[in-house]
Ligand binder design. Structure first.
Ligand SMILES: [Zn+2]
Length: 491
Protein backbone atom coordinates (compact mmCIF):
# COMPACT_ATOMS: atom_id res chain seq x y z
CA UNK A 1 0.00 0.00 0.00
CA UNK A 2 1.28 3.44 -0.87
CA UNK A 3 1.17 5.75 2.13
CA UNK A 4 -0.21 9.26 2.09
CA UNK A 5 3.31 10.50 2.51
CA UNK A 6 4.68 8.55 -0.43
CA UNK A 7 1.93 9.91 -2.66
CA UNK A 8 2.78 13.42 -1.51
CA UNK A 9 6.53 12.89 -2.01
CA UNK A 10 5.89 11.65 -5.55
CA UNK A 11 3.44 14.39 -6.28
CA UNK A 12 5.20 17.40 -4.77
CA UNK A 13 8.77 16.53 -5.56
CA UNK A 14 8.31 15.42 -9.10
CA UNK A 15 10.07 12.12 -8.54
CA UNK A 16 10.35 11.28 -12.20
CA UNK A 17 12.28 14.44 -13.00
CA UNK A 18 14.66 14.52 -10.08
CA UNK A 19 17.23 12.15 -8.67
CA UNK A 20 15.11 11.01 -5.75
CA UNK A 21 15.54 7.91 -3.64
CA UNK A 22 12.87 6.91 -1.13
CA UNK A 23 13.88 4.64 1.77
CA UNK A 24 10.92 2.30 2.25
CA UNK A 25 12.12 0.79 5.56
CA UNK A 26 12.11 4.20 7.22
CA UNK A 27 8.41 4.83 6.77
CA UNK A 28 6.43 5.28 9.94
CA UNK A 29 3.16 6.77 11.02
CA UNK A 30 2.71 7.96 14.54
CA UNK A 31 -0.37 9.82 15.77
CA UNK A 32 -0.91 12.70 13.36
CA UNK A 33 2.28 12.48 11.39
CA UNK A 34 4.04 10.35 8.82
CA UNK A 35 7.78 10.29 8.27
CA UNK A 36 10.10 8.85 5.67
CA UNK A 37 13.73 9.22 4.67
CA UNK A 38 14.23 10.58 1.19
CA UNK A 39 17.39 11.55 -0.69
CA UNK A 40 17.29 14.25 -3.33
CA UNK A 41 20.45 14.39 -5.44
CA UNK A 42 22.10 12.18 -2.78
CA UNK A 43 21.27 14.57 0.05
CA UNK A 44 19.09 12.98 2.68
CA UNK A 45 16.11 14.61 4.33
CA UNK A 46 13.30 13.46 6.53
CA UNK A 47 10.06 14.01 4.67
CA UNK A 48 7.31 14.69 7.17
CA UNK A 49 3.59 15.08 6.69
CA UNK A 50 1.06 16.08 9.30
CA UNK A 51 0.46 18.68 11.97
CA UNK A 52 0.77 19.39 15.67
CA UNK A 53 3.57 19.88 18.17
CA UNK A 54 5.69 16.95 17.03
CA UNK A 55 5.45 18.13 13.45
CA UNK A 56 6.44 21.66 14.48
CA UNK A 57 9.47 20.35 16.39
CA UNK A 58 11.16 19.46 13.10
CA UNK A 59 13.01 22.22 11.27
CA UNK A 60 12.76 22.19 7.51
CA UNK A 61 11.47 23.65 4.29
CA UNK A 62 7.74 23.63 3.87
CA UNK A 63 7.04 22.26 0.40
CA UNK A 64 3.26 22.25 0.71
CA UNK A 65 0.67 22.65 3.44
CA UNK A 66 1.54 20.10 6.17
CA UNK A 67 4.54 18.75 4.25
CA UNK A 68 8.16 19.55 5.10
CA UNK A 69 11.57 18.36 4.06
CA UNK A 70 13.86 18.36 7.08
CA UNK A 71 17.64 18.19 6.78
CA UNK A 72 19.67 15.77 8.92
CA UNK A 73 20.70 18.29 11.55
CA UNK A 74 21.02 17.97 15.31
CA UNK A 75 17.68 19.64 16.15
CA UNK A 76 15.91 17.17 13.91
CA UNK A 77 17.71 14.25 15.54
CA UNK A 78 16.41 15.44 18.91
CA UNK A 79 12.89 15.77 17.48
CA UNK A 80 13.19 12.26 16.05
CA UNK A 81 14.41 10.90 19.41
CA UNK A 82 11.37 12.39 21.15
CA UNK A 83 8.98 10.88 18.68
CA UNK A 84 10.57 7.47 18.09
CA UNK A 85 12.13 5.67 21.07
CA UNK A 86 14.04 3.29 18.88
CA UNK A 87 16.25 6.09 17.56
CA UNK A 88 17.70 6.63 21.07
CA UNK A 89 20.68 4.62 22.29
CA UNK A 90 20.35 2.19 25.19
CA UNK A 91 22.49 0.06 27.50
CA UNK A 92 22.51 -3.74 27.23
CA UNK A 93 24.07 -5.03 30.42
CA UNK A 94 26.20 -8.10 30.98
CA UNK A 95 24.24 -10.90 29.43
CA UNK A 96 23.61 -9.75 25.88
CA UNK A 97 26.38 -10.07 23.28
CA UNK A 98 27.31 -6.76 21.77
CA UNK A 99 29.22 -5.82 18.66
CA UNK A 100 30.97 -2.47 18.56
CA UNK A 101 31.08 -1.01 15.09
CA UNK A 102 32.34 2.54 15.12
CA UNK A 103 31.55 4.52 12.03
CA UNK A 104 34.33 6.92 11.15
CA UNK A 105 32.55 8.78 8.37
CA UNK A 106 29.00 8.62 9.66
CA UNK A 107 27.86 6.59 6.64
CA UNK A 108 28.43 2.99 7.73
CA UNK A 109 25.60 2.44 10.20
CA UNK A 110 23.01 1.25 7.64
CA UNK A 111 25.41 -1.55 6.60
CA UNK A 112 26.23 -2.35 10.22
CA UNK A 113 22.54 -2.49 11.12
CA UNK A 114 21.69 -4.86 8.27
CA UNK A 115 24.45 -7.20 9.29
CA UNK A 116 24.24 -7.11 13.08
CA UNK A 117 20.44 -7.12 13.21
CA UNK A 118 20.53 -10.64 11.76
CA UNK A 119 22.68 -11.84 14.67
CA UNK A 120 22.25 -12.54 18.37
CA UNK A 121 24.39 -9.49 19.18
CA UNK A 122 23.19 -5.93 19.68
CA UNK A 123 25.06 -3.23 17.78
CA UNK A 124 27.00 -0.47 19.48
CA UNK A 125 26.72 1.86 16.52
CA UNK A 126 28.04 5.11 17.95
CA UNK A 127 31.57 4.41 19.11
CA UNK A 128 34.42 6.84 18.75
CA UNK A 129 37.47 7.39 20.84
CA UNK A 130 38.61 10.95 21.52
CA UNK A 131 41.54 10.28 19.19
CA UNK A 132 39.19 9.23 16.38
CA UNK A 133 37.00 12.30 16.91
CA UNK A 134 40.04 14.53 16.62
CA UNK A 135 41.36 12.73 13.54
CA UNK A 136 38.01 12.79 11.74
CA UNK A 137 37.03 16.30 12.87
CA UNK A 138 33.77 15.05 14.39
CA UNK A 139 32.02 15.42 17.76
CA UNK A 140 30.09 13.06 20.06
CA UNK A 141 26.93 14.84 19.04
CA UNK A 142 27.54 14.51 15.35
CA UNK A 143 28.42 10.81 15.67
CA UNK A 144 25.18 10.09 17.52
CA UNK A 145 23.18 12.20 15.06
CA UNK A 146 24.39 10.10 12.12
CA UNK A 147 23.61 6.88 13.95
CA UNK A 148 20.08 7.94 14.96
CA UNK A 149 19.29 8.94 11.37
CA UNK A 150 20.66 5.62 10.10
CA UNK A 151 18.49 3.71 12.59
CA UNK A 152 15.50 5.66 11.32
CA UNK A 153 16.48 5.09 7.67
CA UNK A 154 16.65 1.34 8.21
CA UNK A 155 13.50 1.20 10.35
CA UNK A 156 15.61 -0.70 12.88
CA UNK A 157 13.71 -1.02 16.15
CA UNK A 158 15.69 -3.56 18.20
CA UNK A 159 18.04 -1.24 20.04
CA UNK A 160 21.59 0.05 19.73
CA UNK A 161 24.23 1.44 22.06
CA UNK A 162 26.52 4.49 22.06
CA UNK A 163 30.04 4.08 23.43
CA UNK A 164 32.33 6.92 24.49
CA UNK A 165 35.30 4.78 23.60
CA UNK A 166 38.75 4.72 25.20
CA UNK A 167 38.17 7.73 27.43
CA UNK A 168 40.98 8.75 29.75
CA UNK A 169 39.92 12.15 31.01
CA UNK A 170 37.05 13.30 33.16
CA UNK A 171 36.08 16.13 30.79
CA UNK A 172 35.62 13.65 27.93
CA UNK A 173 33.53 11.33 30.08
CA UNK A 174 31.31 14.26 31.06
CA UNK A 175 30.94 15.23 27.37
CA UNK A 176 29.96 11.75 26.27
CA UNK A 177 27.48 11.25 29.11
CA UNK A 178 25.93 14.69 28.53
CA UNK A 179 25.39 13.75 24.90
CA UNK A 180 23.40 10.70 25.99
CA UNK A 181 26.02 8.01 25.44
CA UNK A 182 24.98 4.79 27.13
CA UNK A 183 28.38 3.16 27.45
CA UNK A 184 31.71 4.43 28.72
CA UNK A 185 34.94 2.62 27.98
CA UNK A 186 37.45 3.75 30.54
CA UNK A 187 40.98 3.58 29.21
CA UNK A 188 43.31 2.96 32.15
CA UNK A 189 46.52 2.90 30.12
CA UNK A 190 47.98 6.04 31.68
CA UNK A 191 47.43 4.72 35.20
CA UNK A 192 49.00 1.33 34.57
CA UNK A 193 52.52 0.92 36.00
CA UNK A 194 55.19 0.85 33.30
CA UNK A 195 58.41 -1.16 33.26
CA UNK A 196 57.42 -3.19 36.33
CA UNK A 197 58.12 -6.55 34.74
CA UNK A 198 61.69 -5.52 34.04
CA UNK A 199 62.43 -4.81 37.70
CA UNK A 200 64.29 -7.28 39.92
CA UNK A 201 62.39 -8.70 42.90
CA UNK A 202 64.37 -6.40 45.23
CA UNK A 203 63.44 -3.35 43.15
CA UNK A 204 59.78 -4.38 43.14
CA UNK A 205 59.80 -4.82 46.91
CA UNK A 206 61.41 -1.44 47.30
CA UNK A 207 58.70 0.26 45.32
CA UNK A 208 55.99 -1.70 47.08
CA UNK A 209 57.12 -0.36 50.46
CA UNK A 210 56.09 3.16 49.40
CA UNK A 211 52.43 2.05 49.36
CA UNK A 212 50.78 2.78 52.75
CA UNK A 213 51.07 -0.12 55.20
CA UNK A 214 47.34 -0.49 55.83
CA UNK A 215 46.69 -0.95 52.10
CA UNK A 216 49.47 -3.51 51.80
CA UNK A 217 48.11 -5.40 54.78
CA UNK A 218 44.59 -5.47 53.39
CA UNK A 219 45.79 -6.76 50.04
CA UNK A 220 48.08 -9.38 51.54
CA UNK A 221 45.31 -10.65 53.82
CA UNK A 222 42.97 -10.85 50.88
CA UNK A 223 45.20 -12.44 48.25
CA UNK A 224 47.92 -14.48 49.97
CA UNK A 225 47.40 -17.81 51.67
CA UNK A 226 44.40 -18.75 49.58
CA UNK A 227 43.68 -20.35 46.25
CA UNK A 228 41.06 -18.76 44.03
CA UNK A 229 38.95 -21.32 42.25
CA UNK A 230 37.68 -19.55 39.16
CA UNK A 231 35.31 -21.91 37.39
CA UNK A 232 37.83 -24.74 37.57
CA UNK A 233 40.93 -22.57 37.08
CA UNK A 234 43.10 -22.45 40.24
CA UNK A 235 44.87 -19.13 40.81
CA UNK A 236 47.25 -18.67 43.74
CA UNK A 237 49.32 -15.52 44.31
CA UNK A 238 52.86 -15.70 45.61
CA UNK A 239 53.96 -12.60 47.51
CA UNK A 240 56.01 -11.49 44.52
CA UNK A 241 53.14 -12.02 42.08
CA UNK A 242 50.91 -9.89 44.29
CA UNK A 243 53.53 -7.17 44.61
CA UNK A 244 54.00 -7.09 40.85
CA UNK A 245 50.28 -6.72 40.19
CA UNK A 246 49.88 -4.08 42.87
CA UNK A 247 52.65 -2.08 41.20
CA UNK A 248 51.11 -2.50 37.76
CA UNK A 249 47.42 -2.04 38.57
CA UNK A 250 46.81 -0.39 41.93
CA UNK A 251 46.67 3.16 40.60
CA UNK A 252 44.42 2.07 37.74
CA UNK A 253 42.09 0.37 40.23
CA UNK A 254 41.79 3.58 42.27
CA UNK A 255 41.11 5.51 39.07
CA UNK A 256 38.34 3.09 37.98
CA UNK A 257 36.65 3.27 41.39
CA UNK A 258 36.92 7.07 41.46
CA UNK A 259 35.43 7.49 37.96
CA UNK A 260 32.66 4.99 38.60
CA UNK A 261 31.57 6.58 41.88
CA UNK A 262 31.77 10.13 40.59
CA UNK A 263 30.18 9.78 37.14
CA UNK A 264 28.59 6.39 36.47
CA UNK A 265 26.98 5.42 39.73
CA UNK A 266 24.99 8.68 40.21
CA UNK A 267 23.50 8.46 36.68
CA UNK A 268 19.79 7.82 36.83
CA UNK A 269 19.73 5.85 33.59
CA UNK A 270 20.98 2.40 32.60
CA UNK A 271 24.60 2.40 31.45
CA UNK A 272 27.34 0.03 30.39
CA UNK A 273 30.77 0.47 31.91
CA UNK A 274 33.72 -1.13 30.17
CA UNK A 275 37.19 -1.30 31.66
CA UNK A 276 40.03 -1.23 29.18
CA UNK A 277 43.41 -2.46 30.38
CA UNK A 278 44.42 -3.50 26.88
CA UNK A 279 46.50 -0.58 25.66
CA UNK A 280 49.63 -1.42 27.63
CA UNK A 281 53.10 -2.72 26.97
CA UNK A 282 52.57 -6.15 28.50
CA UNK A 283 49.87 -8.77 28.14
CA UNK A 284 47.34 -9.15 30.94
CA UNK A 285 48.02 -12.24 33.03
CA UNK A 286 45.34 -14.15 34.92
CA UNK A 287 46.78 -12.64 38.13
CA UNK A 288 46.39 -9.12 36.78
CA UNK A 289 42.87 -9.65 35.43
CA UNK A 290 41.65 -11.32 38.63
CA UNK A 291 43.26 -8.66 40.82
CA UNK A 292 41.68 -5.74 38.95
CA UNK A 293 38.27 -7.43 38.75
CA UNK A 294 38.19 -8.50 42.36
CA UNK A 295 39.28 -5.08 43.68
CA UNK A 296 36.84 -2.99 41.69
CA UNK A 297 33.87 -5.31 42.14
CA UNK A 298 34.46 -5.49 45.91
CA UNK A 299 34.49 -1.69 45.88
CA UNK A 300 31.01 -1.70 44.33
CA UNK A 301 31.86 -0.99 40.70
CA UNK A 302 29.28 -2.46 38.34
CA UNK A 303 31.42 -3.66 35.44
CA UNK A 304 29.69 -4.57 32.21
CA UNK A 305 32.78 -5.70 30.31
CA UNK A 306 36.54 -5.87 30.61
CA UNK A 307 39.14 -5.73 27.86
CA UNK A 308 42.45 -7.38 28.77
CA UNK A 309 45.49 -7.29 26.53
CA UNK A 310 45.90 -10.68 24.93
CA UNK A 311 49.02 -12.50 24.00
CA UNK A 312 50.12 -12.01 20.37
CA UNK A 313 49.26 -8.98 18.32
CA UNK A 314 45.87 -7.49 17.61
CA UNK A 315 46.91 -5.03 14.95
CA UNK A 316 44.45 -2.82 13.15
CA UNK A 317 42.63 -4.16 10.13
CA UNK A 318 44.46 -7.48 9.75
CA UNK A 319 44.28 -11.01 11.13
CA UNK A 320 45.67 -12.10 14.50
CA UNK A 321 49.47 -12.37 14.62
CA UNK A 322 50.89 -14.91 17.05
CA UNK A 323 50.63 -18.45 18.29
CA UNK A 324 46.98 -19.51 18.22
CA UNK A 325 47.47 -22.26 20.84
CA UNK A 326 48.95 -19.73 23.32
CA UNK A 327 46.09 -17.37 22.58
CA UNK A 328 43.57 -20.15 23.18
CA UNK A 329 45.09 -21.03 26.56
CA UNK A 330 44.99 -17.41 27.70
CA UNK A 331 41.53 -16.77 26.26
CA UNK A 332 40.19 -19.72 28.27
CA UNK A 333 41.45 -18.21 31.52
CA UNK A 334 40.25 -14.68 30.76
CA UNK A 335 36.83 -15.96 29.73
CA UNK A 336 36.62 -18.01 32.94
CA UNK A 337 37.44 -14.95 35.08
CA UNK A 338 34.89 -12.80 33.23
CA UNK A 339 32.31 -15.53 33.63
CA UNK A 340 33.04 -15.94 37.32
CA UNK A 341 32.34 -12.26 37.95
CA UNK A 342 29.47 -12.22 35.48
CA UNK A 343 30.66 -9.58 33.03
CA UNK A 344 31.43 -9.75 29.33
CA UNK A 345 34.89 -10.30 27.97
CA UNK A 346 35.70 -7.51 25.55
CA UNK A 347 37.97 -8.00 22.57
CA UNK A 348 39.46 -4.80 21.19
CA UNK A 349 40.87 -4.25 17.71
CA UNK A 350 38.52 -7.11 16.93
CA UNK A 351 38.15 -6.50 13.22
CA UNK A 352 39.47 -9.05 10.78
CA UNK A 353 40.77 -11.55 13.40
CA UNK A 354 39.40 -14.41 11.34
CA UNK A 355 41.80 -17.08 12.58
CA UNK A 356 40.70 -16.69 16.22
CA UNK A 357 37.01 -15.77 15.96
CA UNK A 358 35.79 -19.32 16.38
CA UNK A 359 37.82 -19.72 19.57
CA UNK A 360 36.50 -16.41 20.88
CA UNK A 361 32.93 -17.60 20.25
CA UNK A 362 33.58 -21.02 21.85
CA UNK A 363 35.15 -19.74 25.06
CA UNK A 364 32.96 -16.73 25.73
CA UNK A 365 29.75 -18.52 24.72
CA UNK A 366 28.35 -15.18 23.69
CA UNK A 367 29.23 -13.31 26.93
CA UNK A 368 31.18 -11.05 24.67
CA UNK A 369 31.71 -7.54 23.45
CA UNK A 370 33.60 -7.54 20.16
CA UNK A 371 34.91 -4.10 19.32
CA UNK A 372 35.85 -3.12 15.79
CA UNK A 373 36.48 0.39 14.66
CA UNK A 374 38.28 1.09 11.43
CA UNK A 375 37.22 -1.80 9.26
CA UNK A 376 34.24 0.24 8.00
CA UNK A 377 36.71 2.84 6.76
CA UNK A 378 38.54 0.17 4.76
CA UNK A 379 35.24 -0.97 3.26
CA UNK A 380 34.59 2.67 2.34
CA UNK A 381 37.99 2.85 0.63
CA UNK A 382 37.20 -0.48 -1.11
CA UNK A 383 33.94 0.99 -2.42
CA UNK A 384 35.88 3.98 -3.76
CA UNK A 385 38.50 1.69 -5.36
CA UNK A 386 35.68 -0.03 -7.26
CA UNK A 387 33.71 3.05 -8.23
CA UNK A 388 36.05 6.06 -8.36
CA UNK A 389 39.60 5.04 -9.34
CA UNK A 390 40.83 8.64 -9.61
CA UNK A 391 39.79 9.39 -6.04
CA UNK A 392 41.25 6.10 -4.84
CA UNK A 393 44.64 7.05 -6.31
CA UNK A 394 44.50 10.43 -4.52
CA UNK A 395 43.68 8.71 -1.22
CA UNK A 396 46.47 6.19 -1.70
CA UNK A 397 49.07 8.87 -2.36
CA UNK A 398 47.93 10.92 0.63
CA UNK A 399 48.18 7.79 2.81
CA UNK A 400 51.73 7.15 1.62
CA UNK A 401 52.74 10.70 2.34
CA UNK A 402 51.57 10.52 5.96
CA UNK A 403 52.22 6.90 6.86
CA UNK A 404 55.31 7.48 8.99
CA UNK A 405 53.59 10.20 10.99
CA UNK A 406 50.42 8.14 11.45
CA UNK A 407 52.43 5.21 12.79
CA UNK A 408 53.05 7.12 16.00
CA UNK A 409 49.34 6.71 16.88
CA UNK A 410 48.91 3.08 15.92
CA UNK A 411 50.69 -0.17 16.48
CA UNK A 412 51.18 -1.65 13.00
CA UNK A 413 53.88 -3.69 11.32
CA UNK A 414 53.18 -2.81 7.66
CA UNK A 415 56.15 -2.49 5.34
CA UNK A 416 54.94 -0.08 2.70
CA UNK A 417 57.88 -0.75 0.42
CA UNK A 418 55.98 -4.00 -0.33
CA UNK A 419 52.94 -2.08 -1.62
CA UNK A 420 52.82 -1.96 -5.44
CA UNK A 421 53.22 1.56 -6.85
CA UNK A 422 49.75 2.99 -7.43
CA UNK A 423 50.83 4.66 -10.70
CA UNK A 424 51.87 1.35 -12.20
CA UNK A 425 48.67 -0.62 -11.66
CA UNK A 426 45.43 -0.69 -13.62
CA UNK A 427 42.09 0.56 -12.29
CA UNK A 428 40.90 -3.02 -12.06
CA UNK A 429 43.76 -3.83 -9.68
CA UNK A 430 42.94 -1.09 -7.16
CA UNK A 431 40.54 -3.15 -5.07
CA UNK A 432 43.36 -5.66 -4.47
CA UNK A 433 45.01 -3.09 -2.21
CA UNK A 434 42.25 -3.91 0.25
CA UNK A 435 43.23 -7.56 0.39
CA UNK A 436 46.91 -7.12 1.21
CA UNK A 437 47.95 -6.66 4.86
CA UNK A 438 50.57 -3.97 4.14
CA UNK A 439 48.31 -1.76 2.06
CA UNK A 440 45.35 -2.38 4.40
CA UNK A 441 47.34 -0.95 7.28
CA UNK A 442 48.65 1.89 5.13
CA UNK A 443 45.07 2.92 4.33
CA UNK A 444 43.77 2.08 7.79
CA UNK A 445 45.86 4.34 9.99
CA UNK A 446 46.13 7.40 7.74
CA UNK A 447 42.40 8.22 7.64
CA UNK A 448 42.88 11.36 9.75
CA UNK A 449 45.29 12.89 7.23
CA UNK A 450 43.17 11.84 4.26
CA UNK A 451 40.03 13.40 5.75
CA UNK A 452 41.85 16.61 6.55
CA UNK A 453 42.26 17.35 2.84
CA UNK A 454 39.00 19.23 2.12
CA UNK A 455 38.88 18.28 -1.55
CA UNK A 456 39.43 14.57 -0.89
CA UNK A 457 37.01 14.65 2.04
CA UNK A 458 34.19 16.09 -0.08
CA UNK A 459 34.84 13.61 -2.89
CA UNK A 460 34.83 10.69 -0.41
CA UNK A 461 31.40 11.69 0.91
CA UNK A 462 30.06 12.30 -2.61
CA UNK A 463 31.30 8.97 -3.93
CA UNK A 464 29.98 7.00 -0.95
CA UNK A 465 26.61 8.74 -1.07
CA UNK A 466 26.33 7.98 -4.78
CA UNK A 467 27.30 4.36 -4.19
CA UNK A 468 25.45 3.77 -0.93
CA UNK A 469 24.12 0.37 -1.96
CA UNK A 470 27.56 -1.01 -2.74
CA UNK A 471 28.97 0.32 0.53
CA UNK A 472 26.11 -1.24 2.49
CA UNK A 473 26.58 -4.52 0.67
CA UNK A 474 30.34 -4.61 1.33
CA UNK A 475 29.81 -3.91 5.04
CA UNK A 476 27.07 -6.49 5.35
CA UNK A 477 29.31 -9.15 3.86
CA UNK A 478 32.44 -8.19 5.79
CA UNK A 479 30.84 -7.75 9.24
CA UNK A 480 28.72 -10.81 8.53
CA UNK A 481 31.87 -12.94 8.24
CA UNK A 482 32.90 -11.76 11.73
CA UNK A 483 29.55 -12.60 13.29
CA UNK A 484 29.28 -15.95 11.58
CA UNK A 485 32.70 -17.13 12.75
CA UNK A 486 32.13 -15.92 16.32
CA UNK A 487 28.94 -18.00 16.24
CA UNK A 488 26.55 -15.13 16.71
CA UNK A 489 24.35 -15.70 13.69
CA UNK A 490 21.23 -17.43 14.81
CA UNK A 491 20.52 -19.14 11.52
ZN1 LIG B 1 41.46 -0.97 23.26
Amino acid sequence: MISNLQTIICDKLNVLEKNIKIYPLSYCKIADIELQMVAINNIKNIAIYGKGLSFDAFEGNTVAEGFKLCPLIHTNRLALNKLLDYTCPQAFGKNISTFGAGDRLGLASPGHIRSISRSLAKPILAQQSKRELELTGRTYEDVLDSVSFAVFQEGYKDGFGADGDHLKEEAHIIDALNCGYTMITLDCSEKIGKGVEKLSSAEMENRYISIPADIRKRLEDKYLARTFNINGVQIKYTKLELIKNVLIYYEAICFIIFIYKKYLSPLKREKDFEISIDETESTTSEYGHLFVASEIIDAGVDVTSMAPKFIGEFQKGIDYIGNVADFEAQLGIHAAIADYFGYKLSIHSGSDKFSVFELIGDYTKGRLHLKTSGTNWLEAVGTIAERNPTLYRQIHKCAQKHFTEAKSFYDVSADISKVPDVDSVSDAFLKEYLTDTHSRQLLHITYGYILRDPEIRTSIYDTLNENEDLYIHRLETHIGRHLELVGLYNY
